[in-house]
Design a protein around this ligand. Structure first.
Ligand code: SAM
Length: 233
């Protein structure tokens, strides 16, 4: 049984395709998706031997050797050019996801869709997408086992950008769709951050060494979060 997080991601894959799952660990996502969709094939990438072996085991256990292949290597280097149409990268920090994309840019020319699930700092991923010609088309935020996860779907082609001119910086940080929809997971995540920032603000006020820049940054975040969380839109 696939976790809610991984099954949410796979909902954004086409039913008939060849896709990659980079940093696949046990290869649960590609194996499960290919079991459900007999015309689909997948490549699982793993940089570490342990997870690579686990992936191989799961693939064999489900008899999916014909359609799911695991390859040992760093990021997108395991892929040939134009081999896959979609790339999934899930369960890592935003900066690591962005660096995998950046280092493997030349492998992305034939890729139509990126399905990314940064555990933290999704702002870095949104920024990379903006700078590299991918359009954010859908975003999700869910809570599972006490963790809050964001899922970002980006396409090579899209009708229009989700970002506004006036508020782009905030939208890159909080997510243009997520901050509009403000579901309960979104509110929980950013109320936590707001509490955290208020605590840091109090500490900075009591500190003997003035840290003006840090204080201004924290206060700016507090203002934005209050505005987004508690305004009617
Ligand atoms: N994608 C799965 C998920 O979301 O449940 C597994 C996430 S697991 C926390 C992260 C995996 O990414 C680990 O198995 C790790 O070995 C792998 N990994 C980290 N950096 C990588 C890289 N540069 N290239 C390929 N795999 C990487």
């Amino acid at each position: 049984e696939l976790s809610e997080r991984l099954s949410l991601i796979s909902r954004y894959l086409p039913e008939e395709t060849v896709f990659a799952d980079i940093g696949s660990d046990h290869a649960y996502l590609p194996v499960s998706f290919c079991l459900e969709h007999p015309k689909t094939r997948a490549i699982a990438g793993e940089v570490n031997q342990g997870p690579f072996n686990s992936a191989q085991k799961v693939i064999e256990q489900y008899g999916m050797e014909e359609r799911v292949t695991v390859r040992l290597g760093d990021g997108l280097e395991v892929l040939q050019k134009d081999e896959v149409s979609e790339v999934v990268i899930a369960g890592m920090g935003g900066p690591l996801i962005a660096s995998i994309l950046e280092n493997g840019k030349e492998k992305l020319s034939g890729v139509h869709r990126l399905l990314l699930q940064p555990n933290v700092h999704s702002v870095v991923v949104r920024g990379w997408l903006e700078e590299n010609g991918f359009f954010l088309v859908e975003e999700e935020i869910i809570e599972e086992n006490g963790h809050i996860y964001e899922v970002l779907i980006a396409d090579r082609y899209a009708e229009e950008t989700l970002y506004s001119d006036e508020n782009k910086e905030t939208e890159l940080w909080l997510g243009p769709l997520l901050m509009k929809r403000k579901n309960s997971s979104f509110i929980k995540k950013w109320e936590r951050q707001l509490d955290n920032n208020r605590r840091i603000q109090r500490q900075l006020e009591q500190s003997s060494t003035p840290q003006m820049r840090k204080k201004q940054e924290i206060e700016k975040e507090i203002d934005i979060l209050k505005e987004v969380l508690y305004s009617e839109n």
